[in-house]
Design a protein around this ligand. Structure first.
Ligand SMILES: [Zn+2]
Length: 685
């Protein structure tokens, strides 16, 4: 960008403006600087730094580099080793992220889980999914998607990835119900001819299905969503067990305990590798049973003077059933709110996972006309998510519900760790408290003199240890967690007798190669994150970088109209600022900038070609604004050249127009159209 500015280092201190005007730039010279306290190179460096920072932020979720894809293709072409390869395309980093493991053996491959990452904090981005560049290079091998359970960080990538790389999806009855639900609710159309293929497996009967050279079995496990399972994958090299998300709840609300007997049996038969989720390895002891919160709800419902609202995760159907039972027991009716909650409930009722006694379910719209002590509302928003049902009630924007004193709100949840949701929940609880509502939060349950209102769906350290004891794996691979947490998990495995050399803490993209007696990391495949916006569309990394830069520094566009003949400005330069400074509060700065633009045009326009003029102008404005404000907004110069015949040629003439130029042109056309419409004869109407 600064190649038009040679020899910056040798330049003597900036000249005064009088000097500059006396010495116009020579043919090979450069635009003379203004009276600046900052060198132009410092300003350009500062802008580069801003751009690099924005790139760094955007790159946290970069997609796979295309150059690597070719390498992978070549590498893969000659790979016929009888090793079992396990690759985390996602999920080998922070918890709750696009979990997706690939198992590859010679000419066959299966995918275990295919989630999305809801924790992506970039402007305009809804979530991330795993980059499938590598999968595309081995697409002929893909036999199946095997799913542990129906949480979005395990299934949310499916509607994006399966239509591109079709294969049947295997899972328990509830999991398949969830998969169908998210395909039905997916915002974008599926490609022509695409048909969702699912295989419902019974996790209770130890049924085994053949998939290519593999055998698949699901084993029942407790978590915070019905139908959670471990995946048992018997391969020609040996048996893999992927635990999925789990805890060992001795007394789950649906009475469906983890199938410990089967896990032990599988362990006795021999397990090559245990792939165990690592979310909360740092938590000591055991996670309390879900049933420990039942009495707390009964107590609160007993004493609540008015309406009761319960916020919880939309897929925790066993807890929803528990609340329905408690409400019905107290003669209250149940209403539901929140799109995701209603959609999952419909599916759960249809498949017989939730039972609502006849006549107890009422629509949310009829709640205001009911007596206060007659209703319990179960809704989304326990994480304070913007525009969730509970958040809309807290801010007074809900269509049907106006909260009032005497209402009780129970948040049956904890903030998702490292999600930043604490602040959102805090704001929501403030809103609720302002309305005089009595709010029960799990973290304050002792303060409020009630029992616990939430328990985690994940194991604690002793349960993670028990999983290793039961399955007695030869190799141990911690999955679904941050690096440091996975390392702690390896410590647990070593305590349980797995040799440390048999444990691997792998990163996303790393190839874990296994034979019957050896495990090692053998190279890396392309991997990364593809970003998705609210509509479900993919967003390019470069767009995200620009958004970050715009958010940090703002934008300044200058529009110059230059007489081709003499290089004079025909109008005063237009300056447009967005997110940088408010022009009306900075008249002096703007006037100085206009003066700089006049001087620069006079000095340089006639001497160099238009592209170079624009490049110099951009650098010059960047320098000027940095000198004056110590900030580096995105600078867009637009130069209109008016020739002798009065034609307008923009600086973009001849080459492909940039988005900004197209936008400017559209704006101009719109204005013309508007003028035409306004001047139209009214009778034409
Ligand atoms: Zn889960």
């Amino acid at each position: 960008m600064n190649e038009n500015i040679p020899n910056q280092k040798n330049r003597v201190r900036p000249q005064t403006r009088q000097n500059a005007s006396r010495r116009p730039g020579g043919k090979d010279g450069q635009l003379k600087p203004f009276n600046s306290s900052v060198s132009r190179s410092a300003a350009v460096r500062a802008q580069k730094r801003s751009q690099a920072d924005a790139q760094k932020i955007a790159n946290q979720y970069a997609s796979a580099a295309p150059v690597q894809v070719g390498e992978a293709r070549r590498a893969n072409f000659i790979d016929d080793s009888p090793r079992l390869k396990l690759i985390g395309l996602g999920g080998m980093d922070g918890g709750g992220s696009k979990n997706m493991l690939l198992v590859e053996y010679q000419n066959d491959a299966v995918i275990m889980d295919c989630g999305n990452d809801l924790g992506v904090d970039l402007p305009g981005i809804n979530y991330g999914i795993a980059d499938t560049a590598y999968l595309e290079s081995i697409r002929h091998k893909l036999r199946a998607y095997l799913i542990t359970h129906g949480h979005l960080d395990h299934i949310g990538g499916l509607p994006h990835i399966v239509p591109k790389l079709p294969a049947p999806i295997y899972g328990s009855k509830f999991t398949i119900g969830r998969v169908e639900e998210i395909f039905e609710n997916f915002g974008l159309p599926m490609p022509d001819g695409f048909e969702l293929q699912t295989v419902m497996m019974n996790e209770n009967t130890h049924e085994r299905l053949k998939v290519g050279p593999f055998f698949v079995e699901l084993v029942r496990i407790t978590h915070s969503i019905p139908g959670s399972t471990c995946i048992v994958l018997d391969t020609p090299v040996g048996r893999l067990i992927n635990t999925g998300d789990f805890r060992f709840d001795p007394n789950p609300l649906d009475h469906e305990r983890s199938d410990l007997e089967r896990l032990k049996e599988l362990g006795d038969e021999g397990v090559l590798a245990l792939l165990s989720e690592s979310t909360t390895v740092e938590r000591m002891g055991r996670t309390p049973s879900e049933s420990t919160i039942e009495q707390s709800f009964i107590d609160i419902i007993n004493q609540a003077p008015g309406r009761i609202f319960v916020g919880l995760f939309s897929t925790n159907m066993n807890r929803v059933q528990m609340i329905i039972n408690a409400a019905v027991h107290h003669g209250r009716k149940i209403a539901m709110d929140g799109r995701s909650m209603v959609s999952t409930l419909e599916m759960a009722v249809r498949h017989g996972f939730v039972r609502i006694p006849k006549g107890t379910f009422v629509p949310i719209a009829s709640v205001p006309s009911m007596k206060d002590h007659e209703v319990v509302v179960v809704c989304t928003g326990s994480q304070g998510e913007p525009s969730s049902a509970l958040q809309r009630m807290a801010s007074g924007d809900h269509k049907h519900i106006k909260l009032k004193e005497q209402d009780t709100v129970i948040l049956s949840s904890s903030p998702i760790p490292e999600s930043g949701n604490d602040a959102l929940i805090g704001t929501m609880v403030d809103g609720l408290t302002r309305k005089g509502v009595h709010v029960f939060e799990h973290r304050n349950h002792e303060l409020d003199g009630v029992g616990p209102l939430h328990v985690s769906g994940h194991a604690s350290r002793d349960e993670y240890a028990e999983m290793i004891q039961l399955t007695k794996p030869k190799f141990f691979i911690p999955i679904y967690g941050a690096y440091r947490v996975k390392q702690r998990h390896i410590d647990v495995a070593v305590e349980q007798g797995v040799p440390r050399r048999n444990c691997v803490n792998a990163e996303n993209g790393q190839v874990i190669a296994m034979t019957q007696d050896k495990i090692e990391i053998a190279g890396e495949v392309p991997h990364g994150t593809v970003l998705v916006d609210q509509t479900g569309a993919i967003v390019n990394n470069i767009v995200v970088k620009d958004r970050v830069l715009l958010a940090e520094e703002g934008l300044v566009a200058v529009v110059l109209t230059v007489d081709k003949k003499n290089g004079n400005l025909l109008t005063s330069p237009d300056i447009i600022s967005r997110g940088f400074i408010y022009i009306r509060d900075n008249e002096e700065l703007m006037n100085n900038l206009r003066q700089e633009l006049r001087r620069a045009t006079l000095q340089r326009f006639k001497r160099i070609d238009l592209d170079r003029f624009k490049a110099e102008l951009k650098d010059h404005i960047t320098h000027f604004l940095f000198d004056q404000t110590q900030r580096s907004p995105i600078v867009i110069p637009v130069v209109n050249v008016i020739g002798s015949k009065g034609d307008v040629k923009t600086a973009a003439g001849g080459r492909t127009k940039t988005g900004d130029e197209i936008a400017a042109e559209q704006e101009r056309r719109f204005q013309e159209m508007r003028t035409r419409l306004l001047s139209q004869d009214a009778r034409v109407d």
